[in-house]
Write a protein of this length. Structure first.
Length: 256
């Protein structure tokens, strides 16, 4: 299945998927505020909502012509600081002021009273730019793939390390940053190898396996902290995320 771009070099089903992920985030907060957080529907959304958002963020961040010079990296930093970090800091500070939240309580909480997400995404962008710069300068195509897979594995391990509970870890929301970094980098790889990925994800046998994994793990695996259950939960998140992606790819003509 070849990828079709519109005249603006945009993949239309990805634009639709981006909108869908934003709706899911809003729905999650709405259900939480309305007392529906413990409903089965809310739990199902929680499984893949944020992984899908970070996956799509990585997917749209990848560029065929990738930055490789120091000036390109610096320009990317400044763009993210102006467009993402500064607005987040301003709005979060106003929120803390209005809610009279002590400075230390806000800054040294991993969740940042809900503002962890743009802060974590900003750091993920920085890590991605640095990894991509290193890859472009020093690695072959095969070496780049290996490095990305190492980053995905390492990010998962770091998110579960004691670092996340230190004061520095809490300041940088290390758990959220490194936990969701894996999905961002997976999205980058999906975009880099998009034709192969689309053929894989729309294969009926693959879809059937993903559906069985998602439903089975949702029913039979609870949220106890055992490592093997954590691994199964990761499989469940990837399964749900990829099923949604497969749905949008399969009906891509609807968004054209």
């Amino acid at each position: 299945m070849a990828t079709t771009l519109n005249p603006g070099n945009r993949i239309e089903y990805i634009d639709a998927l981006r909108g869908f992920t934003m709706i899911l985030v809003v729905m999650g907060h709405t259900m939480s505020d309305s007392g529906m957080a413990d409903s089965a529907f809310a739990w199902i959304l929680t499984i893949f909502r944020m992984p899908l958002f970070f996956f799509v963020s990585g997917f749209v961040t990848y560029k065929t012509v990738k930055p490789c010079s120091a000036s390109d990296i610096g320009g990317g930093f400044l763009k993210k600081i102006r467009g993402q970090l500064i607005p987040t800091v301003v709005v979060a500070a106003l929120y803390a002021l209005l809610k009279t939240i002590p400075f230390d309580d806000f800054v040294f909480s991993d969740n940042k009273y809900g503002y962890w997400f743009p802060w974590a995404l900003f750091q993920i962008f920085i890590i991605y730019y640095l990894v991509q710069w290193f890859s472009n300068r020093f690695l072959s195509r095969k070496g780049e793939l290996t490095l990305f897979l190492i980053v995905i594995l390492a990010s998962t391990l770091i998110s579960r390390s004691p670092l996340a509970e230190t004061k520095t870890g809490l300041l940088f929301s290390s758990f959220h940053t490194f936990y969701y970094l894996q999905y961002f980098f997976f999205g980058v790889l999906a975009r880099k190898y998009i034709d192969l990925f689309q053929r894989f994800i729309t294969n009926q046998a693959v879809i059937s396996i993903l559906l069985v994994l998602f439903v089975g793990l949702y029913i039979f695996v609870d949220y106890e902290p055992a490592l093997w259950k954590h691994i199964l939960r990761q499989v469940e998140k990837y399964s749900g995320m990829l099923l949604v992606f497969a749905l949008f790819v399969s009906y891509s003509s609807f968004f054209s």
